[in-house]
Design a protein around this ligand. Sequence first.
Ligand code: ARG
Length: 583
Amino acid sequence: MNIKQLLGQIVSKAMVAAGLPEGTNPAVSNSTKPQFGDYQANGVMGAAKKLKTNPRELATKVVEQLEPTLVASGIAEKIELAGPGFINIHLDKTWLAEQLASSAQDEHLGVSQRTTPQTVVVDYSAPNLAKEMHVGHLRSTIIGDAVVRAIEFRGDKVIRQNHMGDWGTQFGMLLAHLSDKLAANEVAETALADLENFYREAKIRFDEEEGFADRSREYVVRLQSEDADCMTLWQQFIDISIAHSEEIYQKLNVTLTREDIMGESAYNDDLAAVITELTEQGIAVEDQGAKVVFIEELANKDGEPSVFIVQKSGGGYLYATTDLSACRYRSGELKADRIVIFTDARQAYHFKQVETVARNAGFLPEHVAYDHAPFGMMMGDDGKPFKTRTGGTVKLAELLDEAVVRATALIKDKNPDFTEAELKEISEKVGIGAVKFADLSKNRTSDYIFNWKTMLSFEGATAPYLQYAYTRIQSIFRKANMDSASANTTPVIVEPQEKALALKLLQLEEVLDAVISECTPNLLCNYLYELASLYMTFYEACPILKDGIADDVKASRLALCTSIAKTLRQGLDILGIDVMEKM
Ligand code: ARG
């Protein structure tokens, strides 16, 4: 359930009953301090200003209307009027406990399922296959995957689209180089074992070796005309490069599969038609041999339209052309209600251009939402873009391996008694989890500093802290000698720490809805960190297994523990982070 939404509906009705116009925003939000209640409705003030009446008097009328629906019905313990017209709502402990008990029985932990599911097309990861995946694609991959999992958990349908960069002129030089290697009896897998190196070699030959640049251009032409031999070579290259990416997806615990790949090349056959349509509609015009759209909507301060090239003068197509075709495919064939694209912020303008042109051309009907979700860069300790010590791009595979090595040392140090198998499993979950959480917990649009020490710390908002909180709950159940699933009584909420926990647990849906609409997994990270911290405080204040604790109190607190563990586990799973029984 979404408590905020429920209260919003109730307050709305009360506002209408108090004489306010239908549709007045109740402005319900989480209270900033416990003394202001659990939620507050601040809408009266805005409404009073509009109506030029006294806000406090108006709020009094609304509170009167709220008494029977909120207090007498048992949802709230009390409602208070504060300041110039704030309405503070203190939820009832028994009501919270009942909601919690029914959520605990539900496989979606009380998160309601959409009755009319939307189709959301999510474009994420999208590495360029000419090179190895680098840290920029880490962000796209894991932020995208977390949002995808959140959408699915809420009951909407997701169609993943891995818009891989598998086409373009740079493949000419790569294929020329590959064909030479094969002619010299090298096996493609070996030749392409290190894509970064392979690219560098090809580039050096392109710049320095006589005749090689010309051969590369011939390959481009052959590729564009889909010459059979050339396509076989290209396919070999692509397959091996995809396999590199898949290795990383597996390490990263992301849900992308081969079926989700819809690379740039998949749109080749449609590009000519896109240009024809744009030209016929008078949207694209000839300009110095190229086809260009002058976008008036995006004109600069001097009134000059934005220039968007959709076909080069030699007839070649561009990244822009493919993205226009993708708009048409996603809304037309895939029947998307919403399209979300995750790339770094430098592409923001490109997607604004794409959207404007696609809307004007009818490739993207008005009812389809088009959201570009940009993200900032990952920086090194020096505050500059994250690079290797020698200034090269950091390979994602190596970064992840290092995370596991560091986690292994850490876990071994804390628990020298783990078996090799335990150590391996736990270190992988902690190492990869740490890298992911550190990234996902940051505000998406800002740059952030990558730091091994903070992300692997057991204190603060980190994956190890959350994983540790989970294992502590598991150890309580081991000590109590019971299965956590059997702790399913309706809790009795007495202590403030218990109430705070119950409320937090019931806010999962609220958080997920924000994660989904804003594409901000950091809100879920925050939520889980707060939940784990509340658990730690509860654990200190409310003994569970101590002698002298009455059986019903013990059962109630164990039931709370079960809900916390389930929520931590599920929340981390949405982030693509695993938990373990001990660490
Ligand atoms: N391959 C691109 C890159 O590495 C990202 C593609 C994003 N999706 C899209 N429809 N353009 O920057």
